[in-house]
Each structure stands twice: as structure tokens, then as C-alpha cells.
Design a binder for this molecule. Structure first.
Ligand SMILES: Nc1ncnc2c1ncn2[C@@H]1O[C@H](COP(=O)(O)OP(=O)(O)O)[C@@H](O)[C@H]1O
Ligand SMILES: O=P(O)(O)OC[C@H]1O[C@H](OP(=O)(O)OP(=O)(O)O)[C@H](O)[C@@H]1O
Length: 196
């Protein structure tokens, strides 16, 4: 008798795209979830390439100059790139192999790039992070990374891109980090468990 072979999944895992205005807490909540889910090696937290210098206490991205970024595009390093707020962002091609194993990946995304993200990654789902408008302004100021002018531009963009995508889940981050962080952990755990 022949041993039965285990069927392996060929359905790509979901690309879980965290969306919301600048200052809503995407990066902070993803860090919280990454710590909470550190024991799970099936969930990939994607490290983006950004044309912004490395900055302690901020997102752990791969920094590149514009020239380096162009060279990375030419090498085919990225699945997808977009530009916003005077910066360029790249998602590494390594995501594709992880998703190809049927496992989920989580990325800090862009509302403006949502259409193209869906084209490149058909399994993309959006997690929307919302905060009250007055809190958003306070948080951008207390983050202290941008000038007053840059903050103003982010607040204008926040309102301009409020629609244009349909979220799988909405998380309100107007309250404590723990409350919203646990909501994100719960959602990611549920999505990952379905895949495994
Ligand atoms: N629930 C929260 N309570 C208080 N401060 C928060 C909370 N969530 C995020 N922050 C702070 O708000 C600022 C913006 O968060 P950040 O994660 O950088 O936002 P984004 O990645 O969406 O631009 C940071 O200074 C962060 O520490
Ligand atoms: O189209 P939008 O939804 O407005 O997003 C534009 C960009 O801003 C955010 O990046 P980043 O984390 O560098 O900026 P932030 O920290 O100022 O939000 C987000 O991840 C996008 O890359």
C-alpha cells in the first residue's frame, strides 16, 4: 500500500495592510503586535525600504537614498513601490515567497496606494486605524518628527484620503495603546490561525 501524501496549500496567504492617516498609530500598533506575536514565525512583519534616514524610536525601516532606491528598483528588489509625503517606499520581493507558503504578512501601507497594492497582491486585506481628528494633531506634534508645515500637510492628506478603500476591520486608536494593540493582535491571530 502506498502512503498517502499530505496535500500542501497553494493558496497564497493574506497580505494584511495596516492603513490610516499619518499619526494614527500604524507603526506603534504593529510594533506592539510584533512583540506580542514574537513566538509565531508564521506571521511576517514586513520591513519597508524608505528614502528616510534611520531614526531611533521610529519605524525600523531599511533606509536608502533616492539613488540607492532607483538602483534597487532596477535590480527588481521590490514587489511594489509608492511615493507619499515627499518620500518613497518599497515592499521587498521576499514577501512573495512567504505569502506563497500560505502564510500571512503584515505591512504598514498607504491609502493612496491601496488600488495598486490590491493589483499586485490580490489577497490584500485592509486594517484601518482611526483616531479622532483632534487627537491625530496632538499625536503628530508629540511625535516631533515633522515640522509644523509637514504636520499640516499630513492633516490635509488625512482628510483627503478618508475614503477609497474598504476595511476588513476598523480599529479605533483614540484610547490606550494596549486596547487598540490587543484588537490588532486578536485580528492577526485569527487570520493566522485560519491559514495554519
Ligand atoms: N494609543 C496611543 N496612545 C498614545 N500615543 C499613541 C498611541 N498610539 C500611537 N501613539 C503615538 O502617536 C504617535 C504617532 O504614532 P505612529 O505609530 O508613528 O503613527 P503612524 O505610523 O500611523 O504615522 C507616536 O508618537 C506614538 O508614540
Ligand atoms: O497614503 P497614506 O495612507 O496617507 O500613507 C502615505 C504614507 O504615509 C505612511 O508612511 P510613514 O509611516 O512613513 O508616514 P507617517 O509616519 O508620517 O505616517 C504610510 O505608511 C504611507 O507610506
Amino acid at each position: 500500500m502506498q502512503a498517502s501524501r499530505k496535500l500542501t496549500s497553494t493558496v497564497p496567504g493574506p497580505l494584511i495592510v495596516v492603513l490610516g492617516p499619518s499619526g494614527s498609530g500604524k507603526d506603534t500598533l504593529m510594533s506592539y503586535a510584533r512583540n506580542e506575536l514574537a513566538a509565531r514565525d508564521d506571521v511576517l512583519f514586513v520591513r519597508r525600504t524608505i528614502t528616510r534616514p534611520a531614526d531611533a524610536g521610529s519605524e525600523d525601516h531599511l533606509p536608502m537614498t533616492d539613488v540607492e532606491f532607483d538602483a534597487a528598483i532596477d535590480r527588481g528588489d521590490f514587489s511594489l513601490t509608492w511615493a507619499a509625503n515627499g518620500l518613497r517606499y518599497g515592499l521587498p520581493r521576499t514577501i512573495e515567497a512567504h505569502l506563497g507558503q500560505g502564510k500571512p504578512a503584515v505591512v504598514n501601507g498607504s491609502r493612496g496606494a491601496w488600488g495598486v497594492i490590491r493589483q499586485v497582491f490580490p489577497t490584500a486585506v485592509a486594517v484601518e486605524i482611526r483616531v479622532d481628528r483632534s487627537i491625530l494633531a496632538q499625536r503628530l506634534q508629540s511625535r516631533g518628527r515633522e515640522s509644523a508645515q509637514e504636520i499640516e500637510a499630513r492633516l490635509v492628506r488625512a482628510a483627503a484620503l478618508e475614503t477609497g478603500f474598504e476595511a476588513d476591520v476598523v480599529i479605533d486608536n483614540s484610547g490606550t495603546l494596549e486596547r487598540a494593540g490587543l484588537a490588532l493582535v486578536g485580528y492577526l491571530t485569527q487570520r493566522a490561525d485560519v491559514q495554519s
